[in-house]
Design a protein. Structure first.
Length: 339
């Protein structure tokens, strides 16, 4: 039996767990973390299997990722829960609105013509046929009033029952307005977040290899332009010794692909920061006009459709650009479409 790690305040451990949960979504091993009903209540089974953590801690970490904006959450459903123990295993019970007893039954109600009292069917059987149990009238006549509720505890007929909830876990009984609410969410990367996550994952993976070349790759960094405007790039490659910016790059991960607007926006940023080298990465189609502009401005372009290969291809191309060694030697050039 696999042992679960104890719940502690180890931030490093939590950081590793968060990365594992996000990576599973990025690599599409899991589409979303959704609540699943089990004998122990609603749990995030996929997340628990990945992390070997308790249900409570997994729920806490998923909430932290949603609060930080790394994951998006969607309300799946809201359930009534016990105010005493929090369980959602509830059962409806009927109670008399007069005495509160649960000894309430539903049946056909009769009325004695002589005394106008209400009686149940079992009251008018046997001796009840010969004499009214309420007024004592001989050979009474009864009218059928219909089907109603009656309380066997306080003998109130008819009664308007109150519906209450009973917790199957702790036995507590409470009214509807006393119930708590358990909100169940699913957690995933939405379209925008998935694009950002893919970019960040590729850069983080490539950063270690690029550092071996004597450079540091900084993710989502802002660079101040000559105009005084701060421009954000997906990545900035700097010289490890002088900290000089050697290359700026943007990753465009969009279903609509790379169009001339994307390219022109990137060119304006590159010119304002006086970048020595520039690179545009796109994981979908590129318009003919956008490609023409890229080539005319001598911007390096990487088109990659197979996302798992992106970190390696990114490192390969950045290394080629910085070392001034063309990729033609390897059957590629700096404006390359890599399958």
């Amino acid at each position: 039996m696999q042992r679960r790690r104890p719940c502690g305040d180890d931030e490093a451990s939590h950081s590793d767990v968060k990365q594992k949960l996000i990576m599973a979504l990025r690599n599409r091993v899991i589409d979303e973390y959704a609540p699943v009903r089990t004998r122990r209540g609603y749990r995030y089974v996929d997340a628990e299997r990945l992390t070997s953590l308790s249900s409570e801690l997994v729920r806490q970490i998923l909430e932290e990722l949603a609060e930080s904006g790394e994951l998006s959450r969607r309300l799946v459903r809201s359930l009534a829960s016990c105010p005493s123990c929090g369980s959602t295993e509830l059962q409806l019970v009927i109670a008399c609105n007069r005495c509160g007893s649960q000894r309430v039954k539903k049946g056909i109600i009769y009325q004695c013509v002589s005394c106008h009292n209400y009686l149940l069917k079992e009251d008018i059987l046997g001796e009840g046929r010969l004499r009214c149990p309420k007024c004592g009238a001989d050979r009474p006549r009864y009218l059928i009033m219909g089907k109603f509720y009656a309380c066997l505890n306080c003998n109130s007929i008819p009664v308007e029952p109150s519906w209450r909830a009973m917790c199957r876990s702790c036995g507590s009984i409470f009214n509807q307005d006393e119930t708590d609410t358990l909100e169940l969410y699913s957690y995933s990367l939405d379209g925008r977040d998935r694009s950002e996550a893919i970019s960040e994952w590729a850069l983080m993976t490539a950063a270690e290899e690029i550092s071996k070349l004597g450079y540091s790759l900084r993710i989502n960094e802002e660079v101040k332009g000559l105009s005084g405007v701060m421009h954000r790039f997906s990545g900035v490659v700097r010289d490890s010794s002088s900290d000089a910016a050697k290359l700026v790059l943007d990753i465009i991960s969009s279903d609509s692909g790379l169009d001339e607007q994307h390219v022109l926006s990137f060119i304006l940023k590159v010119k304002d920061v006086k970048a020595e080298n520039s690179l545009l990465v796109v994981n979908s189609r590129i318009s003919a006009e956008a490609r023409r502009i890229v080539e005319s401005q001598k911007i390096n372009l990487l088109v990659v459709k197979n996302l798992p290969t992106l970190p390696y291809r990114l490192k390969l191309l950045i290394g080629s650009i910085l070392s001034k060694k063309p990729l033609r030697q390897k059957g590629l050039n700096s404006s390359a479409k890599i399958p």
